[in-house]
Structure formats: structure tokens, C-alpha cells
Design a protein around this ligand. Sequence first.
Ligand SMILES: NC(=O)C1=CN([C@@H]2O[C@H](COP(=O)(O)OP(=O)(O)OC[C@H]3O[C@@H](n4cnc5c(N)ncnc54)[C@H](O)[C@@H]3O)[C@@H](O)[C@H]2O)C=CC1
Ligand SMILES: C[N+](C)(C)CC(=O)CC(=O)[O-]
Length: 530
Amino acid sequence: MDATNQNTAPAPARPQLQRAACIGGGVIGGGWVARFLLAGIDVAVFDPHPEAERIVGEVLANARAAYGRLTDAPLPDEGRLSFHETLEAAVAEADWIQESVPERIELKRKVLAQIDAAARPDALIGSSTSGLLPSDLQEGLRHPGRFFVAHPYNPVYLLPLVEIVGGIGTAPETVEDAVRLLEPTGMKGVPIAREIDAFVGDRLLEALWREALWLIKDGICDVETLDDVIRYSFGMRWAQMGLFQTYRIAGGEAGMRHFLGQFGPALKWPWTKLTDVVDLDDQLVDRIAAQSDAQNEGLSIRRLEQIRDDNLVGILQALKSGDGGKGWGAGRLLAEFEAGLRRRAAEADEKVDGDQNEGLKPLAVRVSPAWIDYNGHMTEHRYLQVLGDATDHVLQAIGADLAYVKAGASYYTVESHLRHLGEAKLGDTLTVTSRIVSFDDKRLHLFHRLTRAQDGAEVATGEHMLLHVDRASGKASPAPAAILSRVAALASGDAPDGEDDGIGRAIRPAAGPDRMALAQGPGATPSTRR
Ligand SMILES: NC(=O)C1=CN([C@@H]2O[C@H](COP(=O)(O)OP(=O)(O)OC[C@H]3O[C@@H](n4cnc5c(N)ncnc54)[C@H](O)[C@@H]3O)[C@@H](O)[C@H]2O)C=CC1
Ligand SMILES: C[N+](C)(C)CC(=O)CC(=O)[O-]
């Protein structure tokens, strides 16, 4: 029996995370706030800093912008954010409380004891500590069984890893619950088998940092050179294959055993200063600070954060298309996160619609920052993307879903006509309504209309002809009866009375000099036409 269960009944199952509390809203606490809110979880914050709301707000603005570029999947509505005067008020309703106060053990213990006393007994309590032992932090708590370390990486809203570390008093189901509850936020909770100072990530980072400080102190390189050495080489490898998979490849065809044989002896050569710790005296601090100022001239912290976030989004997206489209590492996790978002959105639609067959349901799409061009409005190819999603929505409704495609047949778009009728701006929600205009056993003629949700203004229409295709032969083939009967049930034919849908319209030449004249050169007029 662990220490928790001495005073309380076994904790009830924790189904999902709906309300979180963040105690400390600095660099890491602010990142947690953003991660939770963007996953649709309400967040209550306590931080005595007089500018806590502004600081959290700026982290959140960065996070929103990054998510806009990260994913087209339907994010849930943001959770509700509230700031509280007392820690007790912030934690009262929370399912998960994340402590992110400064790294001082006596402060953390005091704050954790306060949280423990004020929180619901079944609420989970995670600490963001970078390396303090959970057993040391949970000493004196009344309910130590629900306490654990949840060590994230900065920026918390983009980097998915959370090291989950239990202490002596942590109940095993707490670690399992923590990993499971983080999943819908896009995070990867990784349980660490045994507690150890600095866990796994900071053990590695400290070793690298210690060596880096020696290299600067000894005048071997400056901070810019050191950063270049990392970012032009092994830093890029680490993002996708870590250390051991990378070194396996470095062993050539003979693999890891050969690598260990060849490079293992070097560990005993004087290639490392290992445990000697640099004295961070004033002179070294001044040198590093001056070199860092020179390296970052003209770049504010907020600007650096935005550059970092853009780069991370790019890396995550590249990794999502890795391994032949299956996704690799953090990119595969992103793909799974997006699949979860789509599944939950579809389930929510289902709930609203029930089983009634009322025709094709509209899609709602939010215009995200990555969709805006130099004219300040949604750029052309994003319209095609939204129309493509709307077509997929129709295909799902007629039963030509991913399982159908996997089984060997699909609909391919063979012709599209897109009309731009208005502007869509950042943050607009677009409603896409769809119609099946006509069909036969091979052809499916679709029409989509995009309107702005806030005022109903028409923004664009898309008209598309699709062919049913046997994927093995790549040739058009008749759709099966089951699909055709769904199509027939959903087809609505003509536009509602009086509505000009522009169906069948083509682009006509402008009234000025005609195409023949233009082809004959700048001096030509229509009269030169033969
Ligand atoms: N900065 C980093 O790169 C990382 C930090 N961590 C860990 O996260 C924790 C927080 O670190 P940072 O966010 O970097 O520090 P920070 O200094 O940016 O933020 C700490 C916040 O805690 C607030 N605070 C102080 N006393 C408080 C109290 N009694 N109750 C509520 N809030 C209080 C401060 O006003 C401040 O806003 C530390 O344990 C640190 O080791 C973990 C991963 C990375
Ligand atoms: C510097 N640090 C020890 C606070 C770093 C971390 O804990 C993790 C990170 O984000 O690098």
C-alpha cells in the first residue's frame, strides 16, 4: 500500500482532462497554459507577478500563431482562461494542477503543500521541475500518491515530450493516468523508470552545456561558432533520429556493434572534461553575455521566439511527411494528434446530427495565419484546399471514405472551376455548403459554396467533376450500387429557386485586344487579325 491510500479511498478513474490549473505563469507555466487552452481545456492561473496576464497573453499569442501554421485539423474551441487572486481559488475545480514556480526546493515544497491542501483529492498534481527528485518534492504532502514530475520542454505548446517521473509515494495509476490524459493535448508523456536527478533530458543537456562552457572559457570558440557547430550538423540529426539510431547508421553496414568497437575507446581519450564544472565567474558571464548580445543584435526575445516557432513548425511538418508519408518521430505523433482531432470533430458532428439523414452537412473552417498572403487575405491555393476538404466531406457522406479507398476504389477530381467572390480574412470562419448537382455510375458533379459565418457574405464557389476510379488500374470504373444509392439519396440537383450558382460558367476572354492580337505583339490591334 502506498502512502496515498493510507488516508483516502482508491482514486476514481480519471476519464479526461477538462479543467487545469497552472501555478506559475512564466516561460514554462505560460507554455502549459497555451498547450491546455488550445486543446480545449479550461485553465485557471495563479501567479503573483504583477504582469502575469500580459506575459501569459504574449506566450498564448505566439502559440496561437504557431498552431495556425502547424495544423489544418479542426482544433477544438479554446478553453476558458481565468486568472485568480489566490492559489486556492485557481486549483479548486481543477482535474490537473501543474506547478511551474522557480526552481527552488523550499518554494516548490511550500507551493505544493498549498496545492495539495486546496485541490480535489482526485486531482493530479504535476511539477515542471527540471531535475528535483519527486520523492523530495512530495515529502509532507497529504496525498502524495497523485503527485509526479511532468517535465516539459520549452516551448511547451510545440515540443511534445513530457518526462513523467514518479517518486516513492506516487501511485502507479497516477503515472498511467498522466500519460493518457496528456494524449489529446498532442503531448507525449514518457514515463521514466526510476527517479534520478535531472531525469533523462537534462542529464544529457547538462553534459553538453558543461562542455560548451569549457569551450567558451578556454577560448576555443565563441557562442556563435558553438551554435553553428550544433545547428549545421548533429542538431539536425537529433531532431529526427536521436542518438542511438544515428550512431547505428554511423557504424555502416556492420551497425551498432561495429560503431561501439570503433568509437568506444575514444571515451577514454581526453575528448571530454566530464565532471569538472566550469566556474561561472563574472569574467565568464560577461564574455558569454557579450558574445550572445553580438550574436542576437536586433533580435528581441519575442522575435527569436517567433523564428524558433516557425522553424519548429517546419521541422514537425517535414517529419510528418517522413518515412514515405507515415510520419517519423515527433511528426508521426503530430499525424496521430491530427487524426484524434478529426475523429473527435466527426464524433461531435455525429452527436449534433444524430442519425437523421438530412442531406449533406456544412463544414466550418477557420482561416489561419498561414493562409494569409501579401494582400492581407486568404491566398488562392488555400481555397482549393478548403474545397478539397469539402469534397472529402461529401465522399465520406456517400461511403467513399478512407476504408473504401484502402479497399481499392476512390473518386478522383478531374476538373475544377473556382470563383472568387469576396475576401476571407485572418480569423474568419467560413461555412462550406455542398450539393451533388448530377451523377451517373462513374461521374459525380459537386458544387461547394463558401460563405463568411459572421455576415453570410459569399466568398467563393467551387464546381468539380469527379470520376470513380479503380485504383489498381488507375481507370474510371462504375461505382458500386451501395455508393450510388447514397449519392442518389443526397443529390439535390439544381440550386434553390432564384440562386445563381454560376454552374457551367467558363472564363471568357476580356473585351480588350483579343488573344490573336496579343499573340502578334504589342503594336497589333484587333484590325490586324486575319
Ligand atoms: N525555462 C525552461 O527552459 C524550463 C524550465 N522548467 C522548469 O519550470 C519551472 C519554472 O521555470 P520558468 O518558467 O523558466 O521560470 P520563470 O521565472 O519564467 O517563471 C516562474 C513564475 O513563477 C511565478 N511564481 C513565483 N512564485 C510563485 C508562487 N508562490 N505561486 C505562483 N507563482 C509563482 C513567477 O512570478 C514567475 O512568473 C522550473 O521548475 C524550471 O526548472 C522546465 C523546463 C524548461
Ligand atoms: C535549462 N533547463 C534545465 C531549464 C532546460 C530544461 O529543463 C528543458 C529544456 O526545455 O531545455
